[in-house]
Structures are given as C-alpha cells and as structure tokens.
Design a protein around this ligand. Structure first.
Ligand code: G
Ligand code: MN
Length: 273
C-alpha cells in the first residue's frame, strides 16, 4: 500500500509520464496444465519500471489509479499491447496462448466499455479465442445486472471470462449461481494462511475444486509456490496452475521464447505422426 500523501502525489504526478515514456510494461505469467504437461495460457500483468526508483509494485499504484480513474487508460494500454503481441506471434508463425487480462471495476461505470476492447481486437486481427477477461469478485458484487450483460457480450464476441481472486471476498457461492463464468481462479490466500497450507485449507480447497468440477467450470489455482501444493492439486485433479513454482511474470521477449518453443515442439509432434 501507499504509505503517505506525498507518495500518492508523487505517483499521480508521474503517471502520464510513465505511460508516455514507456515505463509501464506488460509482463506475462504462464499457466501450466499439469496433466498435459504444457503451457496452456498466461495472465498479462502491468509492471512499472521507473528509471530511478526501479520496479514499483502494482500493489502501490493500481489501487491509486482505480481511485483517480487512470486505471482505465492503463487497462486499455495493456490490452492494446497484448493484442499487438498476439498478432505479432501469429505473423511469425507461432501459435499463441490464450491471454487473460484484468478488467478493473472502474470500467463498469462506462456503458459499453467492451466496445473499445473489441475494436482493438479487430484492429489487430486477434481471434477472440485468445482473449480471456478477468473480472474480480468485488467488481461483481456491486453491479450484478450490468455484469450479466457484460458476460453475455464477452461470450457473444467469442471470448471467455474468469472470476479472479475467487474465495477472498464474500458471497462467492452465489456468484457461481448467478453468473456464467468459464473459469474460476482460486485465490492465493488459500495457500498462504497464517498456518500455511494446513489441513483446514486443504479441506476447503478440496471442496471448491469439487464444486467447480460439478459445475463444469475450469479451475485455475493461483499463487502456487511449492511442490507440495502442486502434488496436492494433482491429487485433487486441479489441472491448471499459475504461480512462481512454474513461472514468474516475465517480459514479453522471455514469454514469447517459451511460447515459440512449445509451438515448435507441437508442430514437430504433428509432423512425426
Ligand atoms: O489479483 P490477481 O490474481 O490478478 O494478482 C495476481 C498477482 O499475484 C500478480 O501481481 C502476480 O505477480 C502475483 N503472483 C503470481 N503468482 C504468485 C506466486 O506464486 N506467489 C506470490 N506471492 N505472488 C504471485
Ligand atoms: Mn488477475
């Protein structure tokens, strides 16, 4: 969190410069399918690399930008970047992975905000199957009718949507009932409680996974940092894992190298058949 008013003012004064002078970067964190043993997608995450201060944590600037509205510009900047990169991969003969992008709650105040997103996808010829919209639990609670409409629009356009940070807010179960999410992203808090990943946490995770499977939802476990948790999730048949254990968020070039490697391996497999 931001510590004091001076720091807030400082960040707010530098936000436009940061965008203009390319200090804001889109990093990618790969997601692993542990049963297929492959990368099955990624999440696009904003990183602010200041020439003097170095990396500024998103925890510091995102809540602030949500308050002052700058987050709208930032989300669209990140999204355009993602679209450009997917289009670049396709041009270079690389099969892209689906990228999930975070949609801030501020967008919901703007009617038809998705039009901007869809326009960008058309501009860069991005097939809709490569985009997943991540919506957070808190965003959902406040705007239920609008959200039903938004999810419809996302599906109609051919994209998917996920509920981010699942389980860290409240009324989560009701949300599963009311909204047609494709993917549930299990919040990292379950793996990092005061007692670590103890028996109680395991029982809760077990039940949530079972529930998602019953509802035919894809589940992604977030913030997985060690082998013990991976083994547990494997036992519970949770296929997709995102976390430092497999990959940290990395710059586009590093991400592209991984995706290219897998894309080539898969093409070779087909040719060998
Ligand atoms: O709220 P959301 O799920 O979008 O946030 C994801 C954040 O969690 C990112 O900032 C990402 O860098 C961070 N993150 C991803 N994997 C891990 C992990 O294994 N451990 C920790 N501590 N943080 C992680
Ligand atoms: Mn997210």
């Amino acid at each position: 969190m931001v510590k004091n008013d001076a720091e807030i003012v400082d960040i707010e004064q530098r936000q436009d410069v940061a965008l203009k002078e390319n200090q804001l970067h889109v990093f990618y964190q790969l997601k692993r399918n542990i049963f297929k043993d492959n990368w099955c997608g990624s999440e696009a995450l904003i990183r602010w690399i200041d020439p003097i201060k170095g990396m500024i944590s998103p925890g510091k600037f995102i809540p602030l930008f949500e308050k002052n509205g700058f987050v709208i510009k930032l989300d669209l900047f990140a999204f355009e970047n993602v679209c450009k990169n997917i289009s670049r991969m396709i041009d270079d003969g690389i099969t892209p992975l689906r990228v999930s992008v975070n949609v801030s709650r501020s967008h919901l105040m703007h009617k038809n905000f998705l039009d901007e997103y869809f326009k960008l996808m058309k501009k860069y010829n991005v097939p809709p199957k490569y985009i997943e919209f991540e919506l957070t639990e808190s965003l959902v609670m406040e705007n239920s009718e609008i959200l039903v409409e938004i999810i419809n629009q996302i599906h109609k356009f051919g994209c998917t949507c996920s509920i981010d940070d699942f389980g860290s807010g409240y009324s989560s179960l009701n949300m599963l009932k009311e909204f047609d999410f494709d993917v549930i992203k299990l919040d990292q808090v379950f793996f990092r409680g005061s007692n670590g990943f103890d028996d109680k946490a395991k029982k809760i995770v077990h039940s949530v996974i079972e529930l998602c499977h019953t509802l035919n939802k894809t589940i992604v476990a977030e913030g997985v940092e060690n082998k013990e948790i991976v083994n547990y999730l494997k036992k519970e048949k949770c296929a997709i894992i995102q976390g430092y254990y497999f990959s940290k968020p990395v710059p586009y070039e590093d991400y592209m190298t991984q995706v290219k490697k897998q894309s080539e391996e898969e093409k070779n497999k087909i040719n060998d058949k």
